[in-house]
Design a binder for this molecule. Structure first.
Ligand code: SF4
Length: 352
């Protein structure tokens, strides 16, 4: 039997029963695969059905407001995925008559569709012999093919992908990919791989050579860059001030507590320039903050060292105006209604 036949037989017996695998459509595959990017199945399960209940078709998703989409994404993190999924839905409805394209280049050009999601869509939704390569598959590939170079190098990733592509069957390519996904999550585990239960151990070169635990090899990731951040927690009459920037890079498009990064070589001029990008500080200057808190938060590429200025502004209740930026006074007891990144939820918990 070929490796593909063995794997498919195992998948028929042991594959996970997941809601997006029951009566799948190209839309349900798109939503689930984008939700599963860098997120565990267990975290996606409770939110997937809620999301699909509210946005049962690509047309409904495209017609929804971005705020509502983000609200239904709460709990999954990486909100840029939700924004891009929403944009992709709008493009598919406007330019492709609501049908998700199955041409590789067109699909790959849609917002939020990277190599992995494109491979998953083509194989699972459209039955094409493609491979969806992610960290799990790279790990399996490094072991299966005895790849002793770092798997986070593009060249090595391409090498593993090419080797898998030689194995993908023309019949049931989607199930082949999903079988590999299940193998990565239940059998070929990072720390304690269960080789004795592995259906493809007879094909696994690392298993034969006793090199399983030494693989995969990875280059050490770069540590997050430390950044000083000034953050403003402003209350007035039972509401808190939030902003949303349409442009501006990091965290754009999200509701956030107003913040600015402080240049590391701090000087009065540099601070002033930084604060001019943040209208708030001069407006608040006449008041004394209620409290000042210190907090740290680590993103994947940034390590924020935050100073949080907590103001209670009793004598003014204004909504600032700024180009491409929305401001919102949200009642404290209704903060859950807006999609807020975790860093700001934690900052809000500093309030007494
Ligand atoms: S034999 Fe072990 S290392 Fe090889 S694919 Fe199976 S679980 Fe992974």
């Amino acid at each position: 039997m070929t490796l593909a036949q063995i794997l498919l037989e195992w998948y028929d017996l042991r594959g996970r029963d997941l809601p997006w695998r029951r009566n799948p459509t190209s839309y349900s595959t798109l939503v689930s695969e984008i939700m599963l990017q860098q997120t565990r199945v267990e975290a996606v399960l409770p939110l997937y059905e809620r999301f699909m209940g509210r946005f049962p078709s690509i047309q409904v998703l495209a017609a929804a407001s971005q705020d509502e989409v983000l609200t239904y994404w709460q709990g999954l993190g990486y909100y840029s995925r939700a924004r891009r999924l929403h944009q992709a839905a709008q493009i598919i409805v406007a330019e492709h008559d609501g049908s998700i394209p199955h041409n590789k280049e067109t699909l790959r050009s849609l917002p939020g569709i990277g190599d992995y999601t494109c491979g998953a869509m083509l194989s699972i939704a459209f039955g094409k012999p493609e491979i969806a390569i992610d960290g799990n598959l790279l790990r399996i590939g490094a072991r299966l093919f005895l790849i002793q170079d770092p798997i986070n190098r593009m060249k090595i990733k391409a090498q593993i992908q090419a080797k898998f592509k030689e194995l993908v069957p023309t019949e049931r390519p989607g199930d082949f990919n999903q079988a590999l996904m299940d193998l990565g999550s239940a059998i070929c585990l990072p720390k304690n791989p269960r080789c004795e239960e592995c259906p493809i151990s007879h094909h696994c070169q690392a298993y034969f050579k006793g090199a399983v635990l030494a693989l995969p090899i990875k280059d050490a990731p770069k540590p997050p860059v430390p950044v000083q951040v000034r953050l403003y927690l402003v209350e007035s009459q039972g509401a808190i001030l939030f902003r949303k920037r349409e442009f501006g890079g990091f965290l754009q498009g999200m509701w956030e507590l107003p913040w600015c990064e402080i240049p590391s070589q701090i000087s009065r001029t540099a601070l002033k320039v930084a604060e001019e990008h943040n209208w708030l500080s001069p407006k608040l200057e006449p008041c004394d903050p209620l409290e000042i808190y210190e907090m740290e938060y680590v993103f994947s590429h940034r390590h924020w060292f935050m100073t949080i200025f907590h103001y209670n502004v009793t004598d003014q209740f204004y909504t600032p105006k700024e180009k491409d930026t929305l401001y919102l006074w949200q009642p404290i007891d209704a903060i859950d209604e807006i999609a807020l990144p975790t860093v700001f939820k934690k900052a809000l918990k500093m309030r007494p």
